[in-house]
Design a protein around this ligand. Structure first.
Ligand SMILES: Nc1ncnc2c1ncn2[C@@H]1O[C@H](COP(=O)(O)OP(=O)(O)OP(=O)(O)O)[C@@H](O)[C@H]1O
Length: 296
């Protein structure tokens, strides 16, 4: 998409947005709440009309209110008929596309998304995470070349998130293009090659994760010691380390692992003991927070 603007009253949900997704990759759309991610994904599905700019998906210009060919996915939470079974819901959706979903196809899809053997169960009994999985099955039923997933890991437990990540990677290996939104850098970092960071409707970064890593500041840590004043003084003049009082007490320390190791050894040498040390954000999270003005 190029030069896309979308206003809702006084709010500029998207402000001259450029987005290019390379075919066959997993592209992350990252941004804090309200950054415009959902609006952008809805636009790609023909559900929101841009005020200006051009939206093309798989080479075709998107026409409002018509789902582009070769694209499937869900925006916000997938919706189903609660009193029908998972199988019946998928049958209905296939029917809308003028297709028939055989029991075998549905069983295979359900197994793929981690819902094996649940086809006959009513969706009303499904947890939020199970509905996310069923949403993915519904999207895959359409055999899309571009899969759009809005916060797909929402509502999943840690094992479910791991499965979802593995599945997304597998889908890309099969040659599909995946565009997924998230407000968590950690999630994007594990599955995406490229990322577009949105902040208040504008693109704050667009490129590969590797290039982003090259610009990332050192990871942040929360350190508690037996003598924070002495620990702060010991950091002064040291290269590769930044120390300041942490807002919850103790010290906020930014450093790469090797510099942090040297600093901790120096503290021990100065008779200062470490009582707690926790990494509070990775380098990429630091960068994301800085890019979106959320680092307070
Ligand atoms: N239909 C609408 N009517 C009015 N304002 C809207 C509408 N849809 C979105 N907005 C506004 O546009 C901005 C972007 O919203 P959007 O839902 O796209 O953000 P998001 O990045 O998906 O956030 P979240 O992570 O909270 O879902 C917000 O300020 C939101 O309030």
């Amino acid at each position: 998409m190029t030069g896309v603007v979308k206003r809702f009253g006084a709010v500029r949900a998207l402000d001259t947005v450029e987005l290019r997704v390379t075919p066959g990759t997993v592209h992350g759309l990252l941004g804090p709440n309200g950054a415009g991610k959902t609006t952008l994904l809805r636009m790609l599905l023909g559900l929101v009309r841009p005020d200006s700019g051009t939206v093309r998906v798989l080479g075709e210009r998107v026409v409002p209110h018509r789902a582009p060919t070769g694209v499937a996915g869900f925006v916000e939470s997938p919706r189903f008929y609660p009193y029908l079974s998972a199988q019946a819901n998928l049958d209905l959706l296939a029917g809308l596309d003028g297709r028939h979903a055989s029991v075998d196809t549905v069983d295979e899809l359900l197994a793929r998304v981690g819902l094996a053997g649940r086809g006959a169960d009513q969706v009303s009994g499904f947890s939020f995470g199970m509905r996310q999985r069923l949403g993915l099955a519904a999207a895959l039923l359409r055999e899309p070349r571009l899969l759009i997933l809005d916060e797909p890991a929402n509502g999943l437990d840690p094992a479910g998130m791991r499965d979802m990540r593995a599945l997304v990677r597998e889908l890309a290996e099969d040659g599909r293009t995946v565009l997924l939104s998230s407000h968590l850098m950690a999630e994007v970092e594990q599955v995406c090659q490229d990322v577009t960071i949105l902040s208040a409707g504008s693109v704050a970064y667009h490129g590969t994760l590797d290039a982003l890593r090259d610009r990332a500041p050192a990871p942040a840590h929360h350190l508690r010691t037996s003598d924070d004043a002495a620990a702060g003084a010991a950091a002064r003049g040291r290269v590769g380390i930044e120390v300041e009082p942490h807002r919850h007490g103790g010290l906020a320390v930014r450093a790469e692992t090797a510099d942090l190791d040297d600093y901790l050894l120096a503290l021990a040498g100065a008779g200062v003991t470490v009582r707690a040390l926790a990494q509070t954000s990775t380098s990429l999270e630091q960068l994301f927070l800085a890019a979106t003005g959320e680092d307070g």
